[in-house]
Design a protein around this ligand. Structure first.
Ligand code: DQQ
Length: 518
């Protein structure tokens, strides 16, 4: 029985990808937190090792909480993490591999000079989750730690020459009013064009930065794209999206405490996120586990430079088996069809919808600023003009159970607004505690493209969807009772007045990778 939450310290070392994660070895609820450790050569098949970091010293005796890895010059990994000390204070500690010649990095040493950062003048119960550190042009390391000052979310900045002695900078890297505690901040550079990722310490003209925070208040994350001033050590968002809980999200669904790392092998920045259960806690105890890590995603800056784009890492393709293929199929108004020939309880579906006319798009009310509320109002069963169209995944044969993933196009003044929703309201015959419809707007010019793509990764109790090539991503947890194993069906539907064409649909069965010491 066990429970996992935040991904911690992802990194690549000597041919191996490492993922650590907050983990309760004694139960499927949060508690007794250690840094569990798994290794992989492809980030799909995983081998669990012994926990790497666990409470043992005065500076972490009450908990080993989240943190990040940094690769020091000479390819030496180091971990910064939050310890809960004997007095219950949140302090920042450092840990080093015991044996650098072991590519598995099985054992970690916590020097006695810890803690290296103490909550001086900072709320000691709101001071945690150090980021990956980065090196400034002056040869000095920087790291940020999440915090709050009253209701203001804070990313405190610390500097060090040797990674051992750290001093608090006069000004935080960034802060934002009324956002509450900033958990698990993540701060990294992105290239202004192309998909290649950058090392966290990369510098250069024209680079942008991304600052992501996880909000304890809402249990959602948001990020901004902005400019990092290396000389002043401040981050200023570009102001192209709100710098608060209404801002952009890596994922508009059940996705929290996320963290990226730079993969030096394929030169990509990879995003990990934790997806919590939405089930009743007693069911977690029965099934013996709770919480999952989502499929790793490559993340880059969109060519519009206003948002990031995410796409499942290509290694996922190695798990594809049997394929179904459909092309140029019309889905008439108020119609649907089934995708047959493969099992879809574990599947990867990629579909492109052609939208030939936007004439009948519903009018957009400018008061609809909250996509989630709008999807609650206009779910998949509410007929529209252009859309709702999309997929019904993990559906039972007679559709008593189904999770709808869909788009709806609206006509606003001088533009069209595209809404993407993932609606689990009818996902299970057994009512759940928490079944929110998740949604995000999709920043595309559909009048120009006349088409939109959708990719969904379906895995028994998880649906991860990527709209418009990964511009809007939504993860949900669902618990069907009929639509399981070979009884899970996949449909394409159109509940709008306008006909839609599936120009291409590819769907693959996905085989189960190695996990949990299989
Ligand atoms: N989980 C960790 C904290 C972090 C929170 C504790 C976020 O370090 O702030 O398990 O989910």
């Amino acid at each position: 029985m066990n429970g996992t939450t935040d991904p911690n310290g992802p990194m690549y070392y000597k041919g191996i990808y490492h993922l650590f994660y907050q983990y309760n070895p004694k139960g499927a609820v949060w508690g007794n937190i250690v840094w569990a450790h798994s290794i992989s050569i492809d980030m799909m098949n995983w081998i669990p090792l012994e926990p790497a970091i666990y409470p043992s010293k005065s500076f972490d005796i009450n908990g080993t909480w989240s943190g990040s890895a940094t690769i020091l010059p000479g390819s030496k990994p180091v971990i910064l993490y939050t310890g809960i000390d004997g007095a219950g204070r949140q302090v920042q500690n450092v840990a080093f591999p015991k044996d650098l010649s072991d590519p598995y990095l099985r054992e970690w040493t916590k020097p006695d000079y810890n803690p290296i950062i103490f909550p001086c003048g900072v709320n000691a119960s709101a001071f945690r989750d150090p980021t990956t550190a980065w090196l400034g042009p002056d040869g000095i390391w920087r790291v940020t730690v999440g915090s709050k000052r009253e209701k203001r979310g804070m990313a405190y900045l610390f500097r060090s020459k040797d990674f051992v002695r750290w001093t608090k900078a006069k000004h935080p890297l960034h802060s934002s009013k009324d956002t509450g505690m900033w958990e698990c901040p993540d701060f990294f550079p992105v290239s202004p064009e192309g998909r290649l990722g950058l090392d966290t310490s990369a510098r250069g003209k024209g680079l942008k930065h991304v600052l992501k925070v996880s909000l304890d208040l809402t249990r959602f994350e948001y990020y901004t794209v902005g400019k990092y001033d290396y000389a002043k050590d401040t981050y200023v968002p570009d102001n192209t999206s709100p710098d608060n809980s209404t801002g952009l999200r890596f994922d508009y669904g059940n996705f929290y405490a996320s963290k990226t790392f730079f993969d030096p092998v394929k030169h990509r920045r990879i995003l990990w996120g934790w997806s919590n259960e939405s089930d009743r806690a007693q069911n977690e105890t029965i099934k013996g586990w709770a919480g999952i890590q989502t499929i790793p995603r490559v993340l880059w800056l969109d060519s519009n430079q206003r948002q990031v784009v995410e796409w499942p890492i290509e290694e996922l393709e190695s798990l594809r088996t049997k394929q179904a293929y459909i092309h140029d199929k019309l889905v008439k108004s108020a119609n649907y069809f089934e995708v047959e020939g493969i099992q879809t309880s574990q599947a990867n579906v990629e579909v492109t919808f052609d939208v030939s006319s936007l004439e009948r798009a519903e009018n957009f009310d400018p008061a609809w600023t909250d996509p989630q509320k709008l999807c609650g109002l206009k779910d998949a069963e509410v007929k529209g003009g252009v859309g709702p169209f999309g997929l019904l995944v993990l559906a039972s044969a007679k559709m008593e159970e189904k999770t709808a993933v869909f788009f709806r196009v609206f006509k606003a003044q001088n533009k069209h607004v595209v809404l993407m929703c993932q609606d689990p309201k009818r996902s299970s015959l057994v009512p759940r505690v928490y079944e929110p419809t998740f949604a995000g707007f999709v920043d595309v010019d559909i009048a120009k493209t006349k088409r939109i793509s959708l990719r969904s990764l379906i895995d028994n109790s998880v649906v991860e969807s990527f709209g418009a090539g990964g511009k809007t991503c939504i993860t949900s947890r669902v618990y069907p009772t009929l639509a399981i194993g070979p009884n899970a069906h996949l449909f394409v539907f159109n509940n709008g007045l306008e006909d839609i064409k599936v120009s291409e649909l590819k769907a693959w069965e996905i085989r189960t990778p190695l996990m949990n010491g299989d």
